[in-house]
Ligand binder design. Structure first.
Ligand code: 13P
Length: 250
């Protein structure tokens, strides 16, 4: 029904030379994958990544995109610039962008609009912090991020939009949500999509889990019914580990 999607988020890692080496090593290891395979890489690595991935089943994504067409936005990159590089995906609203760079649900919404207009597939990140979780606010936080971040999008947009549920306390910490917890929370996200958007949208939208997903826990997480994939940080930096996760069902 929903095709699984395993995506790497390299964050601020790897030079162009390292990009070429990693993709060259990775390509034969993932060529038989049943899921969509994506690597989201730094802007400076996109051209090298596209070149190295040519003729393979690896799709390339960026890690952010600005909403304006062009203009005085020092340090930003537009959707048209990504499109010209033939980038397929773009991560939007990652918790590190929210935490360190002032990303809000409103700017997430604008970035998703710009991405869709350029026919890029947005991977929209949502997730609660540790404090929010402890205070029992997880559902409230997720509902707000979903309603405001995805406001105004139509059913056909959700053929392209992927949602990544990344509990902030699980990112880079080695702490993972248990497969059962992750499944339950992603089930809740689907409930919000059904209630605030449409039942058919809830059914078709692919929702990934992210946060210390690795070779040890990927099979268990991917076995859960609601989890359609993973957004992988640390474990996406080594070809062998990332390939293992991509081949979770082999
Ligand atoms: P880690 O897999 O390193 O915890 O990072 C997860 C993440 O933030 C992916 O976007």
């Amino acid at each position: 029904m929903r095709k699984a999607i395993i995506a790497g988020n390299w964050k601020m890692n790897k030079t162009m030379a390292e990009t070429k080496a990693m993709i060259t090593e990775l390509a034969p290891l993932v060529s038989g994958a049943d899921c969509d395979v994506v690597l989201c890489v730094p802007f400076t690595d996109l051209a090298a990544a596209k070149k190295a991935a040519r003729g393979t089943n690896i799709k390339i994504g960026a890690e952010n995109v600005h909403w304006a067409e062009k203009g005085a936005f020092t340090g930003e990159v537009s959707a048209a610039m990504l499109k010209e590089l033939k980038v397929d995906y773009v991560i939007i609203g990652h918790s590190e962008r929210r935490q360190y760079f002032g990303e809000t649900d409103e700017t997430v919404n604008k970035r998703v609009q710009a991405a869709l207009a350029a026919k890029l597939k947005p991977i929209v990140c949502v997730g609660e912090t540790e404090t929010e979780r402890e205070e029992g606010l997880t559902e409230k936080v997720l509902e707000k991020q979903l309603i405001e971040g995805l406001k105004g999008f139509k059913s056909k947009d959700f053929d392209k939009i992927v949602i990544a549920y990344e509990p902030v306390w699980a990112i880079g910490t080695g702490k993972t949500a248990t497969a059962k917890d992750a499944n339950e929370t992603i089930g809740y996200i689907r409930k919000v999509l059904a209630k605030k958007f449409h039942k058919s949208i809830a059914e078709k939208t692919r929702i990934q889990y992210g946060g210390s997903m690795n070779t040890k826990n990927c099979k268990e997480l991917m076995a859960e019914e609601e989890i359609d994939g993973g957004l992988i940080g640390g474990a996406s930096l080594k070809a062998e580990d990332f390939a293992f996760i991509v081949n979770y069902n082999k």
